[in-house]
Design a protein around this ligand. Structure first.
Ligand code: HEC
Ligand code: HEC
Length: 369
């Protein structure tokens, strides 16, 4: 009798594993650390990455039930072909057509290496971040309570959550967020031509122009867009200037203020006013439009923005980063970075080598449905 029960349980386990395997995962997932990358910040102890957890996270990422009236899912604003940004939108449109947020959607890539999340660092834990899009009115406008209730009605989710979190009734908001985080944690972009070039791998060939662009980039841009993530992860005012159509935008100042009720006028006095997290430039060719509000559509325009010749595109606030201010012999100041037109062409050519087609076409990250 005992033997039969054992065989039955074993069979059930095999069958249920097979279900998952057949439908979603014909692969094994583990976190792969690229040799040229820094130590991850992802908390592997608190939320270990497993194949089933990844599969569950991916299912959630592409599930409209995470939004009001089951209207949209995460990929609406984080589209794989654009390195998981919102194609064609400067500001992101959420579940209500015509209602826009105040920021440009960020790429979801290399999240396992970041210290803070979103443009202003509103969250410092990856698993905690999706709370914002799920509940924000301008994004998915749903409550965690409703999402959990919707998922609890689904037997497939019941099974997947139990498998991943090894307990019955495992569908709750924390586990939902943790599964999303396992999925996003694995989304590492590290196989661009640039990576192959620095790692000396096959296909890692640079033209002379791209080599020149890399050298110029290191000289002129890499103090902020530094290291293999192409960001020093600091909050910096790069002279982008206020967007008059978004009067409530204050950048990092809102987050670092000790007063949650501070007015915009008060936050203007903060040293963090209009500071944003230095964005990674990986896959930058595909993540247009650019800057926190998506105000620049072309990469060439971003270079014009930085070019000291095209000043006054740059706005001088008190906290403009000193690396973007040159003091001339006569004591006057020039804002921006000195670049010739030829140098801009070389930098652009280099930036395009950061495109990682393997990542953008990786079927493991695509919608499984
Ligand atoms: C309506 C569009 C929209 C939807 C839907 C959306 N996001 Fe986002 N996402 C954004 C925008 C805009 C930002 C930048 C937010 C900011 O800086 O305030 C962002 C930022 C992020 C970040 C931070 C990236 C970084 O580099 O720090 C993560 C992670 C993220 N979203 C995950 C998700 C997940 C998971 C979902 C689904 C549950 C989701 N998003 C749904 C628009 C969206
Ligand atoms: C002093 C620090 C600093 C330097 C130097 C710097 N940047 Fe930036 N860069 C930033 C910050 C901060 C932002 C985000 C500003 C915002 O969103 O409003 C940014 C944004 C960008 C973006 C937009 C990316 C996106 O996803 O929206 C690109 C492209 C870029 N920089 C390229 C460059 C290049 C090329 C150089 C050198 C010519 C350079 N940067 C020099 C700090 C810097």
């Amino acid at each position: 009798m005992k033997y039969y029960t054992f065989v039955l349980v074993l069979l059930q386990v095999l069958v249920s594993c097979n279900d998952v395997d057949e439908e979603y995962a014909d692969f094994e997932i583990s976190f792969e650390q690229p040799i040229n990358f820094p130590t991850p910040t992802y908390d592997f102890e608190d939320n270990p990455i497993t194949t089933d957890g990844f599969v569950l996270g991916r299912k959630l990422f592409y599930d409209n039930r995470l939004s009001l009236d089951n209207g949209i899912n995460c990929s609406e604003c984080h589209n794989q072909s654009h390195a998981f940004t919102h194609h064609g939108h400067d500001l992101s449109e959420g579940v209500h057509p015509g209602v826009f947020g105040t920021r440009n959607s960020q790429p979801i890539q290399n999240m396992a290496f970041m210290n803070d999340f979103t443009w202003d660092g509103a969250k410092d834990k990856l698993w905690d971040q999706p709370l914002i899009p799920i509940t924000e009115e301008v994004e998915m406008n749903e409550t965690m309570e409703n999402v959990v209730a919707k998922l609890q009605e689904d037997s497939e989710y019941q099974q997947l959550f139990s498998t991943v979190f090894k307990l019955e009734d495992a569908i709750n908001s924390v586990n939902l967020l943790k599964a999303l985080s396992q999925f996003m944690g694995v989304m590492v972009s590290s196989n661009s031509r640039y990576d192959k070039y620095v790692r000396g791998e096959e296909g890692g060939v640079f033209t002379d122009l791209e080599k020149e662009g890399l050298a110029l980039f290191q000289q002129k841009c890499a103090t902020c867009h530094s290291g293999e993530l192409f960001t020093n992860q600091e909050f910096i005012n790069n002279g982008i200037g206020e967007n008059t159509s978004l009067p409530d935008e204050t950048g990092r100042a809102r987050i670092s203020s000790s007063n949650p009720f501070a007015t915009v006028e008060e936050l203007k006095a903060s040293d963090d006013y209009y500071k944003f997290r230095v964005p990674s430039l990986r896959n930058v060719k595909n993540t247009y439009p650019y800057m926190h509000d998506g105000r620049l559509v072309l990469l060439s325009k971003v270079l014009d923005f930085y070019d000291d010749d095209t000043y006054p595109l740059m706005t001088k606030m008190n906290n403009l980063d000193s690396r973007l201010i040159q003091t001339n012999e006569d004591g006057t100041e020039t804002l921006g970075i000195s670049m010739t037109e030829d140098e801009k062409v070389a930098i652009l050519a280099f930036l395009e080598t950061l495109t990682d087609d393997e990542f953008i076409n990786d079927e493991r990250f695509a919608n499984p449905n």
